[in-house]
Ligand binder design. Sequence first.
Ligand SMILES: Nc1ncnc2c1ncn2[C@@H]1O[C@H](COP(=O)(O)OP(=O)(O)OP(=O)(O)O)[C@@H](O)[C@H]1O
Ligand SMILES: [Mg+2]
Length: 254
Amino acid sequence: MNMLRNNFGEEQNRMATEKGDAFFSVRDIHAWYGESYIVQGVSFDIAKGEVLSLLGRNGAGKTTTLRTLARLDNPGLKSGEIWLDGEPLHNKRAFQAAKMGVQLVPEDRRIIGGLTVEENLILAQVSGEKGWTIERIYDHFPRLAERRKQDAVTMSGGEQQMLAVARALARDIKILFLDEPYEGLAPVIVHEIESIVRQIRDLGITTIIVEQNAVAALRLSDKAVIMDTGQIVFSGTAAEVLENAELREEYLAI
Ligand SMILES: Nc1ncnc2c1ncn2[C@@H]1O[C@H](COP(=O)(O)OP(=O)(O)OP(=O)(O)O)[C@@H](O)[C@H]1O
Ligand SMILES: [Mg+2]
Protein backbone atom coordinates (compact mmCIF):
# COMPACT_ATOMS: atom_id res chain seq x y z
CA MET A 1 0.00 0.00 0.00
CA ASN A 2 2.78 2.42 0.82
CA MET A 3 4.18 1.91 -2.60
CA LEU A 4 0.80 2.84 -4.09
CA ARG A 5 0.52 5.95 -1.96
CA ASN A 6 4.01 7.08 -2.90
CA ASN A 7 3.29 6.56 -6.52
CA PHE A 8 0.18 8.67 -6.23
CA GLY A 9 2.03 11.36 -4.28
CA GLU A 10 4.59 11.75 -7.01
CA GLU A 11 1.88 12.00 -9.60
CA GLN A 12 0.14 14.69 -7.56
CA ASN A 13 3.35 16.68 -7.28
CA ARG A 14 4.05 16.34 -10.95
CA MET A 15 0.53 17.49 -11.79
CA ALA A 16 0.68 20.43 -9.41
CA THR A 17 3.61 21.89 -11.30
CA GLU A 18 1.67 21.72 -14.56
CA LYS A 19 -1.49 23.34 -13.24
CA GLY A 20 -3.74 24.51 -16.00
CA ASP A 21 -1.51 23.28 -18.80
CA ALA A 22 -3.23 19.99 -19.56
CA PHE A 23 -5.92 19.70 -22.22
CA PHE A 24 -8.33 18.37 -19.60
CA SER A 25 -7.57 19.09 -15.99
CA VAL A 26 -9.54 18.03 -12.92
CA ARG A 27 -8.40 19.82 -9.76
CA ASP A 28 -9.47 18.60 -6.33
CA ILE A 29 -13.17 18.27 -7.07
CA HIS A 30 -15.67 17.57 -4.28
CA ALA A 31 -19.23 16.58 -5.21
CA TRP A 32 -22.34 15.77 -3.20
CA TYR A 33 -25.69 14.09 -3.78
CA GLY A 34 -27.73 16.13 -1.30
CA GLU A 35 -26.23 15.34 2.11
CA SER A 36 -24.06 12.52 0.77
CA TYR A 37 -20.42 13.41 0.21
CA ILE A 38 -19.38 11.22 -2.74
CA VAL A 39 -16.46 12.63 -4.78
CA GLN A 40 -13.84 13.52 -2.18
CA GLY A 41 -11.00 15.43 -3.77
CA VAL A 42 -10.34 13.93 -7.19
CA SER A 43 -7.57 15.32 -9.42
CA PHE A 44 -6.10 14.16 -12.72
CA ASP A 45 -4.87 15.51 -16.04
CA ILE A 46 -5.34 14.20 -19.56
CA ALA A 47 -3.41 15.30 -22.63
CA LYS A 48 -5.24 15.86 -25.91
CA GLY A 49 -6.09 12.59 -27.62
CA GLU A 50 -5.28 10.43 -24.61
CA VAL A 51 -7.58 7.75 -23.26
CA LEU A 52 -7.90 7.44 -19.49
CA SER A 53 -9.45 4.45 -17.69
CA LEU A 54 -11.36 5.42 -14.55
CA LEU A 55 -11.61 2.21 -12.53
CA GLY A 56 -12.65 0.96 -9.13
CA ARG A 57 -15.12 -1.22 -7.28
CA ASN A 58 -18.89 -0.83 -7.40
CA GLY A 59 -19.93 2.31 -5.58
CA ALA A 60 -16.44 3.85 -5.75
CA GLY A 61 -17.82 7.03 -7.30
CA LYS A 62 -16.94 6.60 -10.97
CA THR A 63 -20.33 7.46 -12.44
CA THR A 64 -20.70 10.34 -10.00
CA THR A 65 -17.33 11.68 -11.13
CA LEU A 66 -18.34 11.51 -14.81
CA ARG A 67 -21.65 13.24 -14.06
CA THR A 68 -19.76 15.96 -12.19
CA LEU A 69 -17.34 16.43 -15.09
CA ALA A 70 -20.26 16.65 -17.54
CA ARG A 71 -21.67 19.35 -15.20
CA LEU A 72 -25.03 17.70 -14.60
CA ASP A 73 -26.97 19.38 -11.79
CA ASN A 74 -26.87 16.32 -9.58
CA PRO A 75 -24.37 15.72 -7.98
CA GLY A 76 -23.54 19.24 -6.94
CA LEU A 77 -19.92 20.35 -7.32
CA LYS A 78 -19.04 22.10 -4.06
CA SER A 79 -15.40 22.92 -4.77
CA GLY A 80 -12.56 22.29 -7.15
CA GLU A 81 -11.83 23.19 -10.75
CA ILE A 82 -12.33 21.54 -14.12
CA TRP A 83 -10.58 22.90 -17.23
CA LEU A 84 -11.08 21.88 -20.85
CA ASP A 85 -8.74 23.25 -23.49
CA GLY A 86 -8.02 26.35 -21.41
CA GLU A 87 -11.68 27.07 -20.59
CA PRO A 88 -13.22 26.61 -17.14
CA LEU A 89 -15.97 23.99 -16.89
CA HIS A 90 -16.51 24.17 -13.13
CA ASN A 91 -18.67 27.29 -13.47
CA LYS A 92 -20.79 25.89 -16.32
CA ARG A 93 -24.13 24.08 -16.53
CA ALA A 94 -24.57 20.84 -18.47
CA PHE A 95 -25.91 22.49 -21.64
CA GLN A 96 -22.97 24.91 -21.67
CA ALA A 97 -20.51 22.06 -21.14
CA ALA A 98 -22.17 20.22 -24.04
CA LYS A 99 -21.71 23.30 -26.23
CA MET A 100 -18.04 23.37 -25.24
CA GLY A 101 -17.67 19.83 -26.58
CA VAL A 102 -18.25 17.63 -23.53
CA GLN A 103 -20.19 14.46 -24.25
CA LEU A 104 -21.28 11.82 -21.73
CA VAL A 105 -22.54 8.46 -22.99
CA PRO A 106 -24.34 7.17 -19.90
CA GLU A 107 -24.58 3.53 -18.91
CA ASP A 108 -28.20 3.22 -20.09
CA ARG A 109 -27.23 4.67 -23.50
CA ARG A 110 -30.44 6.75 -23.81
CA ILE A 111 -31.34 5.47 -27.27
CA ILE A 112 -34.60 7.04 -28.38
CA GLY A 113 -37.26 4.45 -29.17
CA GLY A 114 -39.74 5.01 -31.99
CA LEU A 115 -36.96 6.64 -34.00
CA THR A 116 -34.80 4.84 -36.53
CA VAL A 117 -31.03 4.65 -36.25
CA GLU A 118 -30.73 7.43 -38.81
CA GLU A 119 -33.26 9.64 -37.03
CA ASN A 120 -31.32 9.23 -33.79
CA LEU A 121 -28.18 10.41 -35.60
CA ILE A 122 -29.92 13.37 -37.24
CA LEU A 123 -31.39 14.44 -33.91
CA ALA A 124 -27.90 14.38 -32.37
CA GLN A 125 -26.57 16.51 -35.23
CA VAL A 126 -29.19 19.20 -34.82
CA SER A 127 -28.74 19.31 -31.03
CA GLY A 128 -25.19 20.62 -31.19
CA GLU A 129 -22.48 22.03 -33.39
CA LYS A 130 -22.32 19.63 -36.30
CA GLY A 131 -19.65 16.96 -36.01
CA TRP A 132 -19.35 13.95 -38.27
CA THR A 133 -21.65 13.65 -41.28
CA ILE A 134 -24.05 10.72 -41.41
CA GLU A 135 -22.04 9.25 -44.28
CA ARG A 136 -18.82 9.43 -42.32
CA ILE A 137 -20.51 7.73 -39.37
CA TYR A 138 -21.71 4.92 -41.63
CA ASP A 139 -18.17 4.48 -42.98
CA HIS A 140 -16.90 3.89 -39.46
CA PHE A 141 -19.96 1.97 -38.24
CA PRO A 142 -21.04 -0.34 -41.08
CA ARG A 143 -23.49 -2.14 -38.79
CA LEU A 144 -25.37 1.10 -38.28
CA ALA A 145 -25.49 1.68 -42.04
CA GLU A 146 -27.11 -1.75 -42.45
CA ARG A 147 -29.68 -0.87 -39.81
CA ARG A 148 -30.32 2.76 -40.69
CA LYS A 149 -34.10 2.24 -41.07
CA GLN A 150 -34.52 0.03 -38.01
CA ASP A 151 -36.23 1.26 -34.83
CA ALA A 152 -33.14 1.93 -32.72
CA VAL A 153 -34.38 0.25 -29.53
CA THR A 154 -34.92 -3.05 -31.36
CA MET A 155 -31.19 -3.36 -31.99
CA SER A 156 -28.91 -5.58 -29.90
CA GLY A 157 -27.11 -4.14 -26.88
CA GLY A 158 -23.85 -3.90 -28.80
CA GLU A 159 -25.48 -2.14 -31.72
CA GLN A 160 -27.18 0.29 -29.36
CA GLN A 161 -23.81 1.04 -27.75
CA MET A 162 -22.36 1.71 -31.21
CA LEU A 163 -25.26 4.07 -31.91
CA ALA A 164 -24.69 5.83 -28.58
CA VAL A 165 -21.04 6.46 -29.50
CA ALA A 166 -21.92 7.39 -33.10
CA ARG A 167 -24.50 9.85 -31.83
CA ALA A 168 -21.80 11.48 -29.70
CA LEU A 169 -19.63 11.88 -32.81
CA ALA A 170 -22.50 13.46 -34.75
CA ARG A 171 -21.91 16.49 -32.54
CA ASP A 172 -18.64 18.39 -32.51
CA ILE A 173 -16.97 17.06 -29.36
CA LYS A 174 -13.65 17.57 -27.63
CA ILE A 175 -13.96 15.00 -24.88
CA LEU A 176 -15.98 11.82 -24.58
CA PHE A 177 -16.99 10.12 -21.33
CA LEU A 178 -18.04 6.48 -21.73
CA ASP A 179 -19.74 4.90 -18.70
CA GLU A 180 -19.45 1.10 -18.89
CA PRO A 181 -19.64 0.83 -22.67
CA TYR A 182 -18.98 -2.91 -22.57
CA GLU A 183 -21.62 -3.78 -20.00
CA GLY A 184 -23.60 -6.87 -20.95
CA LEU A 185 -21.83 -7.31 -24.28
CA ALA A 186 -20.26 -10.47 -25.67
CA PRO A 187 -16.44 -10.41 -26.09
CA VAL A 188 -16.67 -10.19 -29.89
CA ILE A 189 -18.84 -7.06 -29.62
CA VAL A 190 -16.52 -5.63 -26.97
CA HIS A 191 -13.72 -5.94 -29.54
CA GLU A 192 -15.80 -4.11 -32.14
CA ILE A 193 -16.54 -1.23 -29.77
CA GLU A 194 -12.90 -1.19 -28.70
CA SER A 195 -11.80 -0.74 -32.29
CA ILE A 196 -14.23 2.16 -32.61
CA VAL A 197 -12.75 3.79 -29.48
CA ARG A 198 -9.29 3.34 -31.00
CA GLN A 199 -10.43 5.08 -34.17
CA ILE A 200 -11.84 7.91 -32.05
CA ARG A 201 -8.52 8.17 -30.22
CA ASP A 202 -6.64 8.26 -33.50
CA LEU A 203 -8.79 11.22 -34.50
CA GLY A 204 -7.54 13.09 -31.44
CA ILE A 205 -10.70 12.95 -29.32
CA THR A 206 -9.82 12.70 -25.65
CA THR A 207 -11.72 9.95 -23.84
CA ILE A 208 -12.45 8.79 -20.30
CA ILE A 209 -13.67 5.24 -20.08
CA VAL A 210 -15.29 3.81 -16.93
CA GLU A 211 -15.41 0.04 -17.01
CA GLN A 212 -15.81 -3.04 -14.79
CA ASN A 213 -13.98 -4.91 -17.56
CA ALA A 214 -10.69 -3.31 -16.53
CA VAL A 215 -8.48 -5.35 -18.84
CA ALA A 216 -10.48 -4.34 -21.92
CA ALA A 217 -10.44 -0.69 -20.84
CA LEU A 218 -6.74 -0.67 -19.97
CA ARG A 219 -5.59 -2.19 -23.23
CA LEU A 220 -6.72 0.87 -25.14
CA SER A 221 -5.82 3.43 -22.47
CA ASP A 222 -2.76 5.56 -21.94
CA LYS A 223 -3.51 6.44 -18.35
CA ALA A 224 -5.42 4.92 -15.46
CA VAL A 225 -6.98 6.28 -12.32
CA ILE A 226 -8.36 3.97 -9.64
CA MET A 227 -10.97 5.30 -7.21
CA ASP A 228 -12.14 3.91 -3.91
CA THR A 229 -14.78 5.50 -1.68
CA GLY A 230 -14.69 8.72 -3.63
CA GLN A 231 -10.92 9.17 -3.57
CA ILE A 232 -8.10 8.33 -5.92
CA VAL A 233 -5.97 5.44 -4.68
CA PHE A 234 -3.80 5.12 -7.78
CA SER A 235 -2.93 7.35 -10.70
CA GLY A 236 -0.45 6.35 -13.37
CA THR A 237 -0.14 4.61 -16.70
CA ALA A 238 -2.39 1.79 -17.89
CA ALA A 239 0.69 -0.45 -18.15
CA GLU A 240 1.52 0.17 -14.47
CA VAL A 241 -1.90 -1.12 -13.44
CA LEU A 242 -1.61 -4.23 -15.59
CA GLU A 243 1.81 -4.94 -14.07
CA ASN A 244 0.75 -4.37 -10.46
CA ALA A 245 -0.79 -7.56 -9.05
CA GLU A 246 -1.48 -6.00 -5.64
CA LEU A 247 -3.43 -3.16 -7.14
CA ARG A 248 -5.39 -5.40 -9.49
CA GLU A 249 -6.34 -7.76 -6.70
CA GLU A 250 -7.25 -5.08 -4.20
CA TYR A 251 -9.37 -2.83 -6.39
CA LEU A 252 -10.12 -4.50 -9.70
CA ALA A 253 -10.58 -8.21 -9.00
CA ILE A 254 -8.56 -9.16 -12.09
N1 LIG B 1 -28.59 9.93 -7.00
C1 LIG B 1 -27.91 9.54 -5.92
N2 LIG B 1 -28.25 9.98 -4.69
C2 LIG B 1 -27.54 9.61 -3.60
N3 LIG B 1 -26.47 8.82 -3.63
C3 LIG B 1 -26.09 8.33 -4.81
C4 LIG B 1 -26.79 8.67 -6.02
N4 LIG B 1 -26.17 8.04 -7.04
C5 LIG B 1 -25.15 7.36 -6.50
N5 LIG B 1 -25.10 7.53 -5.17
C6 LIG B 1 -24.12 6.94 -4.25
O1 LIG B 1 -22.83 7.44 -4.60
C7 LIG B 1 -21.84 6.43 -4.43
C8 LIG B 1 -21.05 6.30 -5.70
O2 LIG B 1 -21.93 5.82 -6.74
P1 LIG B 1 -21.47 5.73 -8.24
O3 LIG B 1 -22.69 5.38 -9.03
O4 LIG B 1 -20.74 6.96 -8.60
O5 LIG B 1 -20.45 4.52 -8.19
P2 LIG B 1 -19.73 3.72 -9.37
O6 LIG B 1 -18.28 3.73 -9.05
O7 LIG B 1 -20.16 4.27 -10.68
O8 LIG B 1 -20.30 2.25 -9.15
P3 LIG B 1 -20.70 1.10 -10.21
O9 LIG B 1 -19.42 0.45 -10.59
O10 LIG B 1 -21.58 0.19 -9.42
O11 LIG B 1 -21.40 1.75 -11.35
C9 LIG B 1 -22.60 5.16 -4.03
O12 LIG B 1 -22.48 5.02 -2.64
C10 LIG B 1 -24.02 5.45 -4.43
O13 LIG B 1 -24.93 4.78 -3.59
MG1 LIG C 1 -21.26 3.51 -12.25
